[in-house]
Design a protein around this ligand. Structure first.
Ligand SMILES: [Zn+2]
Length: 58
């Protein structure tokens, strides 16, 4: 089996630019509405989704 990674979803607040990394959840897509920004209370949006390599033993 090859090594897999972890899908990470990055949400961004359009107002203050805060980015929030969290684990990917089923149904996530770029542009989807996310959570509420802790700083300004605006709605955050999914900015990007990427695959983060899983930690591997050396
Ligand atoms: Zn904000």
């Amino acid at each position: 089996m090859g090594s897999t990674g972890i899908l990470i979803t990055v949400e961004e607040c359009p107002k203050c630019g805060i980015k929030l990394k969290r684990s990917f959840q089923d149904g996530d897509y770029v542009g989807k509405e996310g959570g509420i920004c802790d700083f300004c209370g605006s709605k955050m949006y999914v900015k990007m989704i990427y695959l983060e390599p899983a930690p591997t033993r050396r």
